[in-house]
Ligand binder design. Structure first.
Ligand code: ADP
Ligand code: MG
Ligand code: MG
Length: 209
């Protein structure tokens, strides 16, 4: 089964950048409630840099590695290294495959999650981007196991990420700036989970064509 091609990876990063840019104000508003009000601005800057760094005619692995490097270099705040790690780890898995298929993309997404967990030391329930990414990785694998084609699996991942982000509202933050608020972080959507859901929506929309 066909996997993530180089041109599709390129379109994914461009679409993620466009969605982040369109929602930058909202992401910043979410971060103003439980953080320092810069998440939309940070990511808009980071994804613009990722788009600018996209290599021409490269396979998917190289595309994601280049985007991840740019994100680490150009995104302020905690989210830059976390997003950069996410994309670089995913890229490395795909880069090691001759002809990455849909299962390889699943392995890449899992590696992305593992990288974010290792770097940020957050678990599910800590009210972070992990709460969107972890259910997305699981939903992708389950959809593929159930016989879904690549776009269907990506859609399942995007829907799970959106639901996972929504589920951060009643959580108390245990990682990142929002954790400084203690119980006052309850009742707000985590900005990083919201942006992670956008990035997975961009993947689904890209693969759905
Ligand atoms: P900063 O908090 O440095 O201003 P951003 O506002 O860009 O950075 O990003 C905040 C988001 O980063 C949070 O909403 C959360 O989802 C995510 N985040 C923060 N710390 C961690 C962590 N240790 N592990 C995973 N995600 C984290
Ligand atoms: Mg912030
Ligand atoms: Mg900040």
């Amino acid at each position: 089964m066909i996997g993530l091609t180089g041109p599709a990876a390129d379109r994914w990063i461009r679409r993620a950048a466009a969605l982040v840019s369109a929602d930058a104000g909202e992401l910043t508003r979410l971060d103003a409630a439980i953080g320092d009000g810069d998440h939309g601005h940070n990511l808009d800057r980071g994804f613009a840099a990722a788009v600018a760094a996209l290599p021409a005619d490269a396979p998917a692995g190289r595309v994601l590695i280049a985007a991840g490097r740019a994100l680490v270099a150009k995104t302020g705040g905690a989210s830059g290294p976390l997003y950069g790690t996410m994309l670089r780890r995913a890229g490395r898995v795909l880069d090691d495959c001759d002809d990455p298929d849909a299962a390889d993309l699943g392995a890449a997404l899992r590696a992305a999650l593992d990288g974010v967990r290792e770097l940020g030391r957050a678990e599910e329930g800590d009210k972070t981007m992990v709460d969107a990414l972890a259910p997305a990785v699981a939903a992708y694998a389950a959809a593929l196991d159930g016989g879904a084609p690549l776009p269907g699996a990506a859609r399942a991942a995007a829907d799970a990420a959106a639901a996972g982000a929504d589920a951060t509202v009643p959580m108390q933050a245990r990682k990142g700036r929002a954790s400084y608020l203690g119980e006052r972080s309850v009742g707000h959507l985590d900005p990083g989970a919201a942006s992670t859901a956008l990035v997975l929506r961009a993947l689904a929309e890209t693969l759905e064509g």
